[in-house]
Write a protein that binds this ligand. Structure first.
Ligand SMILES: [Zn+2]
Length: 99
């Protein structure tokens, strides 16, 4: 059984003027760009199976999802990148789903 992390919401705090310029969407739903989190359960955009660890074959733990940032820094049509880890083998994998 994969280890489950407690959920943390993550917020972006742009550090530079360049970062402030690329933050936000003109036409996307207001939640797009604010779906970053660590732990909890993934908010998959499409039906997906949890990846298996390439070393031990066990179910990997959901670690984080990172959202698209803005109109000029977007993942696959307002998508997210999902990160999974195996705490035993120190393996990780990530994939993108479009929104
Ligand atoms: Zn493993």
């Amino acid at each position: 059984m994969a280890r489950q992390l407690p959920e943390f919401r993550l917020q972006l705090h742009p550090v530079t003027q360049d970062a402030r310029k690329v933050l936000g969407f003109r036409w996307a739903d207001p939640h797009v760009g604010n779906r970053h989190k660590l732990g909890g359960t993934p908010d998959f955009q499409q039906a997906t199976t949890v990846p298996a660890c390439p070393s031990c074959g066990g179910e990997m733990s959901f670690y984080a999802q990172l959202d698209s940032v803005g109109d000029t820094l977007v993942l696959a049509d307002c998508g997210l990148v999902y990160v999974f880890v195996c705490f035993d083998c120190h393996e990780s994998t990530a994939f993108i789903q479009s929104g």
